[in-house]
Design a protein around this ligand. Sequence first.
Ligand SMILES: *Cc1c(COP(=O)(O)O)cnc(C)c1O
Length: 396
Amino acid sequence: MSDSKKINPDDYALATRAVRAGQQRTSEGENSEPIFATSSYVFASAAEAAARFSGEQPGNIYSRFTNPTVRTFEERLAAMEGAERCVATASGMSAITATCIGLLKTGDHIVSSRSIFGSTTMLFENFLRKLGIETTFVELSDVSAWEQAIKPETKFLFLETPSNPLTELVDIAALADIAHKKDCLLVVDNCFCTPVLQQPIALGADIVIHSATKYIDGQGRCMGGAVCGSNEIVGDSVYGFLRTAGPSMSAFNAWVFLKGLETLQLRMQAHSASALKLAQWLEQQAVVERAYYPGLESHPQHELAKQQQSGYGGIVSFELKGGKEAGWNLIDATRLISISANLGDAKTTITHPATTTHGRLTSEQRQNAGISDGLIRVAVGLEDIDDIKNDLARGM
Ligand SMILES: *Cc1c(COP(=O)(O)O)cnc(C)c1O
């Protein structure tokens, strides 16, 4: 392949990187990126095959670890996150698993936010623990708790900000400082913000993780994930595990995500604008006890959100007076909104965290996490926001 127009992303703004970075045209001169639906590659000679396998010569070998469509996606997302390297995975969870197995060994320790994706909690508590890797969970926004939880064995700090579903934040730069003073890495799952709204590496984070399944796809079609960071950490340790163990992204999914990246900025701006309107409206409804959204002036960390993010995202939560009954009634009265725990879709979704995403917690654990029985989470999509308000008003 030869393409004299392959761009240097450093010369261009985010929106341009999202459309152009990583593309290397073939001799066919295609304008849109092709899908390389091939599992293997052929070599010109036995000597070339040997050179590829030994790593002496760069190039494709086998699609578990080298595929041009996947590579284009990786280069584009790396350019958007400001990372040296990105590796794509079959799902968000396999991105997190590959990061853990690639970097940790028995006896190591993780400090993690308590408010993370449920399957990530299960991975840390059940499976890593079985391998002798312990995790201490702390309150996301309590910076001193993070510092106190770090031990000599701690290898990384893990978090999502804003949190799900209560949209709490933590100061990424402050935590990066703490991590680096103690020789640890900072890992940020940036699924809710995407690089459009928040770039953790510029704030000092070492590794950024994505579930591409959510906003990067943006239309609820494909499963995928990614790990972004330095050549040393991501290119050696994480990629080393991935190419061997094999939870790889398919070429087709990589192509869907590539196309998703091209519209990501527009979509994140639209999700954020609609979510802000919805949150402001919810605050004025008599049956709503409280709304949670970083864009609201009433959000306790609104100033941090303004400083750390360039938009507030698509997730809005609110507490209804009347507990679970009121919550379920509101959900069941909707005619348009999808009753689904997924997020990052053009279609708005609604969920009752206490009986779904957080249903496996004890009621005491839920109380500690601030997940009340009247809490509802809406992942605002791309429909007209007045139609979403009207749909929610039916059950109020
Ligand atoms: C969905 C999600 C994941 C897991 O991603 P999958 O693609 O479902 O494996 C991880 N982190 C966050 C914040 C998520 O929302």
